[in-house]
Design a protein around this ligand. Structure first.
Ligand code: PMP
Ligand code: GLN
Length: 411
């Protein structure tokens, strides 16, 4: 038997074998205890509600993901890449032809040149890109302005990096930004502002007036930007996506994060990218190279070809707008009251005509009693602000939406 030893907090060494043979001392227990880096965090609401939907066999309109197939052409190209031997490590920054294709897309959509060598990094998903941006920038005690409701990874990402998330509530019920409130929350420790447009869970989008305010605020206080634009193509009503990449002054301060999962209906691929100025990208890659290093090669090779056809992404807004409108028209036959959604694949609904339960209890009750799962909007607030609102995901086949609303009509 090997002689293994473990060092305890007090510097003493214990022989592991004898420890397993004898009663484990309190001292050792203390020595092995992990101090949680995220003491206030539980399992994400998406996992909780999807598990409940599965357990109760409810229709799952909670976690955001399509229930229809991803494009067969992309599946074909990926399979082909694997057969052709694209199965070893991709370069750390990503498959260069894919980065070049992304640069072209950015030029077409946002009228700016992004250098594939120095400004674009392929990541295993949008969440990872966001996490890496925070990790790259934040020093202990740095403050980040976060708008709430906020996608649930931002605040834990900031805190695990020793940063401090400073919340600014979006105005209810239109979820617009109160820029006076932003100004009030800025301190000498404010380092960054986190944006998300189109916004999860509200479907709100940044407007030209927001961009003008943002330009002033970041210049005045010398702030960096983390811009989560994973829903760039899921924007409706002919509204333009106001990417940070359109504005040279904002772009120069921004880590802009994207996800192929949304645009190509393959959330399980966990593939995305980050666009940032060369000096930021160099630091971003220092963190990235010792985390995942590089991403799944066949998918990158396939996407490099797939994205050559601009229609693959230009067709996405109309595709999802049809779903949003279809769902809204069905939901008009229920007692749920919609809040406007101009982007993402989510729609918020008030349920105050139906119940005075908390939104969490209501979401569980709806899943268990009526067989349709949703997400309580309070899950996107650190203090669980509850406006009596739940989120439904409409990225579903028409028949799924039909079946779900047939059940919701009975509520
Ligand atoms: N940001 C927001 C606002 C999202 O809704 C999602 C969806 N999962 C992500 C980031 C993460 O994207 P990915 O699945 O590519 O990590
Ligand atoms: N973005 C998805 C949502 O908001 C879920 C992502 C996840 O489960 N982490 O529902």
């Amino acid at each position: 038997m090997k002689n293994l030893s473990v060092e305890c907090k007090n510097g003493q060494f214990f022989d592991v074998n004898s420890l397993f043979l004898h009663e484990i001392s309190k001292n050792l227990m203390e020595g092995l205890k992990i101090a949680s880096k995220l003491p206030h965090v539980g399992t994400t609401i998406f996992t909780v509600m999807s598990a409940l939907a599965q357990k109760t066999q409810a229709i799952n309109l909670s976690q955001g993901f399509p229930d229809f197939e991803m494009p067969p052409e992309l599946v074909r190209l990926t399979t082909e890449a694997m057969h052709q031997g694209a199965n070893q490590y991709a370069p750390m920054a990503g498959w260069l032809p894919l980065r070049a294709q992304i640069a072209q897309k950015i030029a077409h959509l946002y009228g700016t040149d992004a250098n594939p060598d120095t400004e674009i990094t392929i990541t295993p998903g949008g969440t990872y890109a966001i996490y890496t941006a925070f990790t790259t920038v934040l020093q202990p005690g740095d403050e980040v302005i976060v708008f709430e409701p906020a996608y649930d990874s931002y605040i834990p990402n900031i805190e695990v990096n020793g940063g401090v998330a400073v919340s600014v509530a979006l105005r209810f019920p239109d979820y617009s930004i109160d820029w006076q409130e932003v100004r009030r929350k800025i301190t000498p420790r404010t380092r960054m502002i986190a944006l998300n447009t189109p916004h999860n869970p509200t479907g709100s989008v940044l407007r030209p007036a927001d961009i003008a305010e943002l330009q002033q605020v970041v210049a005045e206080h010398n702030l960096l930007i983390m811009s989560d634009e994973v829903y760039e193509h899921l924007i409706y009503d002919d509204l333009p996506h106001l990417s940070m990449l359109r504005y040279p002054d904002l772009r120069a301060r921004a880590f802009v994060c994207f996800s192929f999962g949304k645009a190509a209906h393959c959330t399980g691929w966990k593939l995305g990218y980050c666009v940032a100025p060369p000096a930021f990208t160099a630091e971003f890659r220092k963190v990235h190279q010792f985390n995942c290093f590089s991403c799944f090669t066949p998918a990158q090779v396939a996407l490099a070809t797939y994205l050559k056809d601009e229609n693959t992404y230009r067709s996405v807004p109309a595709f999802y707008q049809q779903k949003r409108d279809y769902f809204a028209q069905l939901m008009a036959q229920t007692r749920f009251e919609p809040l406007p959604s101009h982007g993402s694949y989510f729609q918020l609904y008030r349920f105050n005509h139906i119940s005075n339960l908390s939104d969490r209890d209501f979401a569980v009750w709806l899943t268990q009693t009526h067989g349709v799962a949703c997400i309580p909007a309070s899950a996107f607030y650190r203090d669980a602000t509850d406006h009596g609102v739940v989120r439904f995901c409409f990225a579903k086949k028409q028949e799924t939406l039909d079946q779900a609303v047939a059940k919701l009509r009975a509520v």
